[in-house]
Design a binder for this molecule. Structure first.
Ligand code: ADP
Ligand code: ASP
Ligand code: MG
Length: 408
């Protein structure tokens, strides 16, 4: 007997048939004698629609009201799944984030989980009931308002819940049957990985591999939660996220990721003097905008151009904040380019092997793809390119690093 958290993403609960399918899977685990808690996302497309409505009413909307709106998708699915489970003869009860409670900080739209009260859920599970918990949602205790955990945040809900109820496993059911060397939807020859290290998965997630949300991997690594990614549509074994030393064969590059969620911002003719970077990025930090890649060009005539990337979702806020600070900072203009993609290669083998970045630059050059910004970490190289080259770049790199599986 084991205690399991089962998480189902949007496509797995996209309609009533799929919700019945999920109920069957949960029933199977319960029938096998396991204690089960379930976490579900909103039906696929629902959160996108809710986000769009907020954007359309006001690009600079109040983040607390955004959370009030976007958290509703998950309320629907927990109720529907609880009904489906009961109809299958499984005792089940829905739980919203505030009912558990899943306590978070006040960073609305991308809140961090501070603490989950696991005791009540454990008691229910021990009594044979299946708690069906809304992913993505939390509550900020001081204001008593609903928060959400950032896009893809149901993965984090699941891992945090698994840690809080001391689960033996956290199974993340999705629309692919595991973690691949790159997104199998754009590279048909991507290979499924039986295992991947926490560190590599964390890096891949943080640069755009949507299969697991970044913070969920971070938390799994910290709390040593055993995470498995598998399909809700078949019974194939999935991929496990494990410690590095549990992986026997370690390739130099283990995965490639892309992200079209970033926008490039250039400040033209910024005064080239001490304190300017602090002024620019300080203003953005104040507004809760995360900056990713940064380059500062060589100064000429006492000014310089500064280029960096932010999440597309933060672009309007970025332009507004920098617009306000324009006079104090003294730059000439802001250029925003949302048509960019970030392509990253990741592998722990990079620590001990040179030439990984060079292979990347050569491969892109051979395809005539211009690199706009570069950034590196110990186990990752990322480049920013024109969004129209995304698929071409990922496929070429997948081949260049010897990751291609058999032709399909
Ligand atoms: P869910 O709604 O179940 O949370 P997501 O859409 O968030 O599902 O994540 C699953 C998707 O992640 C897959 O459909 C796939 O297109 C994408 N993906 C990106 N990179 C990878 C990868 N390396 N391995 C597997 N899937 C990936
Ligand atoms: N429904 C939320 C989203 O679409 C959370 C999730 O699916 O993980 O981002
Ligand atoms: Mg997801």
């Amino acid at each position: 007997m084991a205690r399991i958290v089962m998480k189902f993403g949007g496509t797995s609960v996209a309609d009533l048939d799929r919700i019945r399918n999920v109920a069957n899977r949960v029933k199977r685990e319960v029938a096998a004698g396991n204690e089960v808690a379930v976490v579900v996302s909103a039906m696929s497309g629902v959160t996108n629609q809710l986000v769009k409505w907020c954007q359309e009413l006001s690009p600079l909307h109040d983040a607390r009201e955004y959370d009030t709106v976007v958290a509703t998708g998950e309320q629907v699915t927990i109720g529907l799944l609880a009904i489906a489970l009961q109809a299958h003869g499984v005792e089940a009860r829905s739980w919203q984030g505030w009912q558990v409670p899943i306590l978070t900080d006040a960073a609305h739209g991308k809140a961090r989980v501070d603490r989950i009260e696991g005791a009540a859920l454990i008691a229910r599970m021990q009594a044979g009931e299946v708690p069906v918990v809304a992913g993505f949602q939390g509550v900020e205790p001081d204001s008593n308002r609903i928060t959400t955990l950032g896009r893809g945040g149901s993965d984090l809900s699941a891992v945090a819940l698994a840690a809080a109820v001391l689960a033996d496993r956290c199974d993340i059911y999705t629309d692919v049957d595991g973690i691949y060397t790159t997104d199998p939807r754009i590279v048909p020859r991507a290979r499924k990985l039986d295992r991947i290290s926490y560190e590599e998965m964390l890096e891949l997630a943080s640069v755009g591999a949507k299969v697991l949300q970044t913070r969920s991997v971070e938390l799994a690594m910290k709390q040593r939660v055993r995470v498995q990614v598998l399909s809700s549509f078949d019974d194939k074994p999935g991929s496990l996220v494990v410690d590095e030393d549990e992986i026997v064969e370690q390739p130099i590059v283990s995965g490639i990721a892309y992200s079209r969620d970033d926008a490039k911002v250039t400040l033209r003719r910024v005064p080239d003097r001490p304190g300017i970077a602090a002024g620019v990025f300080g203003a953005l930090a104040q507004a809760n905008v995360n900056v990713d890649m940064i380059v500062q060009n060589l100064g000429a005539d006492g000014t310089t151009d500064m280029t960096f990337t932010v999440a597309k979702a933060d672009l309007a806020r970025t332009e507004a904040e920098l617009g306000k600070a324009k006079a104090t900072l003294g730059f000439e203009s802001i250029l925003a380019d949302p048509d960019v993609a970030k392509i990253s290669v990741v592998g722990v083998g990079m620590r001990s092997h040179a030439g990984v970045a060079n292979t990347m630059f050569r491969t892109l050059a051979d395809k005539g793809i211009n690199i706009q910004v570069i950034s590196t970490s110990e186990i990752k190289v990322s480049v920013l390119i024109g969004a129209e080259y995304t698929e071409l770049a990922v496929r070429a790199l997948h081949t260049a690093y010897g990751l291609d599986g058999p032709a399909v």
